[in-house]
Ligand binder design. Structure first.
Ligand SMILES: [Zn+2]
Length: 234
């Protein structure tokens, strides 16, 4: 606790002063470059990973980087996405899963009918109903892949499921319809710093410098024009 409070004093005495002009400007408003959706996991620092400054990423985090599909009830994730697109005019959404994700490990454990080690977590178990892939697919892949590859597979498939869920939101549909939104499925590997992205054409996760991204999400449905509409990340 003391460490956290001391950290604030340190920030005020040093880090804040070094970027005082930036913070003064940000005091008047924000104009972030992208919406970055990722897990609450303490090992992920989106600004560090993307080398961005305060004010440059609008960040949505929860256990497992999950996006519940549109429903009639209030939903923090949907509200955050809507605000990002409608109010802030954001045109890029990153959905970034990560290696050794505890939430997705929980999903795998659930699917394989094993006990979790940390005691009962009914809220987590309930929340994982929005995660993917479904239990049958996990069970089917378990023998073929082995534990490590199975978890990686589930982490990637979960990201893709959340991309589908995002597209149930009216604000996302509207932005896609106007050709004003790209959605980027990513996975970050904590111990190496590697990032993979789903290659738009090959439909598999490849290193960021190899993966072709969709230029505009709306056109992802048009097979004939794929070659003209994909770009590599670098
Ligand atoms: Zn996680």
């Amino acid at each position: 606790m003391t460490r956290i409070i001391q950290g604030v004093f340190g920030f005020q005495k040093k880090a804040f002063l070094e970027k005082e002009d930036l913070f003064q400007k940000l005091g008047k408003g924000q104009s972030p470059l992208a919406l970055f959706i990722t897990c609450s996991d303490s090992r992920i620092n989106p600004n560090l990973l993307t080398q961005t400054e305060p004010g440059e990423l609008f960040i949505l985090r929860n256990a497992g980087n999950l996006i519940p599909p549109a429903s009639t009830g209030p939903c923090g994730e949907e509200a955050t996405v809507e605000y990002a697109l409608v109010q802030l005019g954001i045109k890029d959404i990153f959905v970034c899963g990560h290696s050794k994700c505890g939430a997705i490990q929980g999903l795998v454990t659930q699917a394989l009918g094993k006990e979790s080690h940390g005691g009962p977590m009914p809220a987590v178990e309930n929340w994982l109903k929005f995660a993917g892939p479904n239990h049958d697919i996990i069970k089917e892949k378990a023998a073929e892949l082995g534990p490590d590859k199975l978890l990686t597979f589930a982490i990637e498939q979960n990201v893709l499921k959340q991309v589908i869920h995002l597209q149930t939101y009216p604000a996302v549909q509207n932005a896609l319809g106007k050709n004003q939104l790209r959605i980027h499925p990513w996975v970050y590997r904590i111990d190496t710093g590697d990032v993979t992205a789903e290659d738009y054409e090959r439909k598999e996760f490849l290193p960021l410098d190899k993966a072709r991204r969709q230029k505009w999400a709306e056109q992802a449905h048009s097979q004939e024009t794929v070659h003209h509409l994909t770009d590599v990340y670098i």
